[in-house]
Design a protein around this ligand. Sequence first.
Ligand SMILES: Cc1cc2nc3c(=O)[nH]c(=O)nc-3n(C[C@H](O)[C@H](O)[C@H](O)COP(=O)(O)O)c2cc1C
Length: 204
Amino acid sequence: MGSLYDLLKQRRMVRHYSGEPVPRDVLERIVATVRRAPSAGFSQGQRLLVVDDPPLLAQIAALGDDEPLEGVEPWFETAAAQVFVMTREADYHERYQRDDKLQDGEEIEWPVPFWHVDAGAAMMLILLAAIEEGLAAAVYGIFGDDERKLRGLLRISDDLTLVAGVSIGYPLPDPGWSSKTSRATQRRRQVDELVHWNRWAQAL
Ligand SMILES: Cc1cc2nc3c(=O)[nH]c(=O)nc-3n(C[C@H](O)[C@H](O)[C@H](O)COP(=O)(O)O)c2cc1C
């Protein structure tokens, strides 16, 4: 078992898989990490929808009407599973209307949508657990009409916000994707640009 830092060295989005099915118990371990994810007030508003049914996976892969991209490996068509990371905002309002969370008798003014923050934390655990299991994964946003179609296909109820999708499978090389994605087109920022110590700005 590797350390977290070893896992992180391998952490990248992989957008091409062998197509081999992933055993159910492996997927179960990956998605069970959601129970260890932090959540504001322990609201536990994260919800995961796991799709491993091959016909349904094929329907998901066929959803986008986009023309296939030139020079990239098949991505969705080769995934063994798709995990949809969702959040139930109402869980947060319900939790923060409880006595121990009220401020001056009112629900707090949310500094940021904690329900999105918590979905991100759960997403990260999935990415790391997939690597721990010898798999690879990639996150994608779900936009516009695709979202509407996906919600219908997967019978996602209106109280759930679809935050992102995560494809999972046994990794194959994806040089076509690697040369096109943001990872290759943007420079990696230096640590001192991202992390400051003690005060954000120097004194004038
Ligand atoms: C919220 C979110 C949405 C993303 N959406 C997409 C997407 O729609 N398509 C895609 O190819 N990659 C998507 N990515 C992956 C990023 O492009 C990727 O994380 C970034 O380029 C850094 O590369 P790395 O994760 O391989 O280190 C998304 C990542 C996140 C966190």
